[in-house]
Ligand binder design. Structure first.
Ligand code: ZN
Ligand code: ZN
Length: 447
């Protein structure tokens, strides 16, 4: 059977070799130096070395590598079979896994959180002077998110007659500017008005951004003072600035039937901190001064900067969220608690709604297949030979069995860190997805 597998191995996937990318080479060539050099070169600027970073890097280097284990997928009808490598599922650092998360998140937010009312994007940013506190103490990022929520709530509640009505918001922390500089700011998707207990939705009137900036400034300074980061003197000094450096931006109204724009916005709020397409890696041997470099182009493609490769990686790792660090939070009508209560109420009414928190493994696989399909435009669970339904028949994780199967298929010698092989048509480094460490609150899937 295994022999048959070898001749049948899926020919529908474009062989995608993650190890051939410029980004992969850059990480592979410099990650050890980065750890060694950190204390001397970067600790004063970016804070202490977080050991979790190394975990993320190692996982990324193995992402999509069949040697690290895989699932066997087989067609029930014709017996066609292929292997699917495991993925690392790390946020930000692994472009491929992050991108899957972004797509999954966009779908989930539209289906499970946002109600059929108009929304707007809100963006909150803070002065340069204060950014360093958030870099050295990442717990403050959660508190920054709460400051923004207070502004949203205070403002939108003040515009409606019903005192018990609340807005709903999903607020995402982003720590990165265009060139991976540390610039903590918030992107929020906010209902454009408030929900009453009776189910009515009260639309908000227009905005005066200056008013909002003032409340935001007040909330952030109060929070930082309470946390012991700044003194009353610093606050007084900052209040005397002509331009406070606090900024609130509110985008155009997006109506609920405009799913495309809403989806785009949902994906944007957890976007990746950099784009592989806009980076060029120049290894030391190809560089005119024998120093490896990264040339990076800005999002609007108007600016280009050249970095020492090690400096660029040092910036990049400051944007890796901690292992359990949440970057998106839900407030008001969209809080986990409110959503839970509404779901429960629905169940009591005996509406046969599909409640996602009891997702079976079969459902989650189907879901995963759908997501993969969106990215690769192929469905890994549809047989490329007969279009029959394919199933995951086993997960292979024992090293000796991995080796046995890969040797049999002639895939063993395609080593981890070799340059891309000229013949890779049998190598299918696709990614297996799960929800274990995603932006989606666990309760929505597993409780
Ligand atoms: Zn088949
Ligand atoms: Zn990955």
């Amino acid at each position: 059977m295994v022999h048959q597998t070898a001749t049948h191995i899926c020919d529908v996937y474009q062989p995608r070799n993650p190890k051939a990318s410029a980004y992969y080479k850059c990480v592979e060539n410099h990650f050890e130096d980065l750890e060694l050099a950190w204390d001397d070169m970067y600790a004063s600027r970016y804070g202490f070395w977080r050991t979790y970073i190394m975990t993320v890097i190692y996982k990324f280097l193995d992402c999509g590598d069949l040697h690290m284990g895989f699932a066997r997928v087989r067609c029930e009808e014709c017996g066609h079979e292929y292997l699917l490598a495991f993925s690392c599922k790390r946020r930000q650092f692994c472009p491929s896994c992050h991108q899957k998360r972004v797509i999954e998140y966009g779908e989930w937010l539209l289906t499970n959180v946002l109600q059929d009312v108009p929304h707007r994007q809100w963006v909150f940013s803070i002065p340069k002077r204060l950014r360093i506190y958030f870099l050295f103490d990442r717990k403050l990022l959660a508190k920054l998110s709460i400051c923004a929520w207070k502004v949203i709530k205070t403002y939108l509640k003040s515009t409606v007659p019903d005192n018990s009505a609340v807005p709903g918001a999903s607020i995402a922390v982003q720590t990165y500017g265009d060139f991976l500089n540390f610039n903590p700011h918030l992107h929020a998707i906010v209902s454009d008005g408030c929900f009453s207990k009776d189910g009515d939705f009260h639309m908000a009137p227009g905005f005066f951004l200056e008013d909002l900036e003032e409340i935001f400034q007040y909330e952030v300074l109060k929070m930082l003072k309470k946390e012991g980061k700044i003194t009353a003197d610093i606050i007084e000094n900052m209040l005397s600035w002509r331009h406070s450096g606090f900024n609130v931006y509110i985008g155009d109204r997006i109506f609920s039937d405009d799913k495309a724009d809403l989806g785009k916005l949902a994906r944007y709020i957890i976007r990746a901190c950099f784009s592989q397409e806009r980076m060029v890696y120049i290894p030391a041997e190809a560089s005119d001064d024998a120093t490896a470099k990264v040339v990076y182009t800005s999002k609007d493609r108007k600016f280009r900067k050249t970095f020492n490769a090690l400096d660029w990686l040092a910036r990049l790792v400051t944007h890796i969220p901690g292992r359990y660090e949440q970057t998106v939070r839900y407030y008001g009508y969209y809080s986990n608690k409110s959503r839970g209560m509404r779901k429960k109420a629905e169940t009591d009414d005996d509406i046969p709604a599909v409640i996602p928190n009891e997702m079976s493994s079969k459902e989650s696989r189907q879901n995963w297949a759908r997501l993969i399909q969106k990215i690769y435009e192929v469905d890994p669970l549809i047989c490329p030979k007969c279009w029959g339904q394919m199933h995951i028949i086993s997960f292979i994780e024992e090293l000796d069995i991995i080796e046995k199967i890969l040797r049999h298929l002639g895939l063993w010698d395609i080593r981890n860190h070799d340059p891309p092989q000229p013949v890779t048509s049998d190598y299918i480094p696709d990614l297996l997805y799960d929800f274990s460490d995603s932006q989606i609150p666990a309760a929505d899937y597993w409780n």
